[in-house]
Design a protein around this ligand. Structure first.
Ligand SMILES: [Zn+2]
Length: 325
């Protein structure tokens, strides 16, 4: 059974109905067949799994190390999407190459939900250089990811009303886990000197992280990896790093490190050694079976990598750069 497009409009206006009595009842009504959910990214797949429980079968199109900005759908992907009861995608142009296909799925009557697109726009960031567009990397502020969890809960509850209480219960439980993650991040970052909170990465995936946790953030490529980094981009960023003696920059697991290596070489040519601080999970989680294979795990790993790299290198910088600061 497909839910028609007009129901998607209802989603926008439906108030969040939290039934207190229902919350105490986590008994799901067993369905004869599982609800088939297809998500674009693994990060959204992880969110849906945490909220959906046993009645839902979740498939994510993009696996470990896949860059969603450049991802093109295969014939197999189109088949998976066509067979879905619900499609969850990020939106805000994150999956720029498959926007048309997602539009076709919606037109065909499949319940298709852009998780980031349903979040209150006043909470989103619109970079100066992309006027009129919003940064899609909302998962790097836990507060925004909590909003995304509520979007998923509402959509599942709308599709499968008889199990709405289960989705509400699971969401509340997951929101508590995200609260613990938030505490972990804040505590970890508090151990890093405020002057060292400068995050330089391959592309602009960490703007929400910067705003949420007090980091100055710079990316070599823009908010989409669709744009190549130019020699001028590398030159201007390397000038900043060398002048400010920023100790480390970071590669990303879903992006080729070649531009960051070029940046590192360019900084060296200016007489300063910048460390490659480690790999961050930006638009893709870690491999199955690793602790980075969940949203919470990848976020903790990123924060550990950032704080440990910047803390370690400040000690080296203090002992080798005379008269610094
Ligand atoms: Zn990205």
């Amino acid at each position: 059974m497909k839910i028609k497009t007009y129901i998607q409009l209802l989603l926008l206006f439906l108030p969040l109905v939290l039934c207190t009595a229902c919350n105490k009842n986590n008994g799901s009504v067993k369905r004869e067949t599982s609800i088939k959910v297809v998500t674009t990214t693994g990060i959204i797949g992880d969110l849906v799994r945490n909220i959906a429980g046993e009645n839902v079968e979740v498939t994510s199109l993009m696996g470990t190390g896949v860059d969603p900005h450049l991802y093109k759908a295969s014939a197999g992907d189109v088949e998976k999407l066509s067979g879905a009861d619900i499609i969850f995608y990020n939106g805000l142009n994150l999956e720029g190459k498959i926007t048309d296909i997602l539009g076709q799925m919606r037109k065909s009557g499949i319940f298709t939900v852009g998780v980031a697109e349903e979040i209150d726009k006043s909470l989103l960031f619109s970079p100066e250089q992309y006027e009129g567009y919003y940064d899609p990397h909302i998962w790097f502020d836990v507060a925004l990811w909590k909003e995304a969890a509520k979007v998923v809960m509402k959509a599942l509850s709308l599709y499968d009303a008889q199990n709405a209480s289960v989705y509400v219960y699971n969401t509340e439980s997951y929101l508590r886990e995200l609260g613990l993650l938030q505490n972990y991040i804040q505590k970890k970052i508090a151990s890093l000197h405020p002057d060292m909170r400068v995050l330089i990465t391959a592309h602009d995936a960490f703007n929400y992280f910067g705003k949420g946790y007090g980091f100055e953030v710079m990316g070599l490529q823009g908010i989409s990896t669709d744009s190549e980094a130019s020699i001028a981009d590398i030159k201007s960023l390397s000038e900043i790093i060398a002048a400010r003696k920023i100790p480390a920059v970071f590669v990303e697991t879903s992006i080729s490190p070649r531009y960051m290596r070029a940046l590192q070489a360019s900084v060296k040519a200016r007489g300063f050694d910048v460390d490659m601080g480690g790999s961050l999970y930006s638009d893709s989680m870690g491999s199955r079976g690793t602790k980075e294979a969940t949203y919470i795990g990848m976020f903790k790993s990123n924060v550990d990598t950032i704080v440990e790299s910047l803390s370690r290198t400040i000690e080296v910088a203090d002992s080798t750069v005379a008269g610094d600061g």
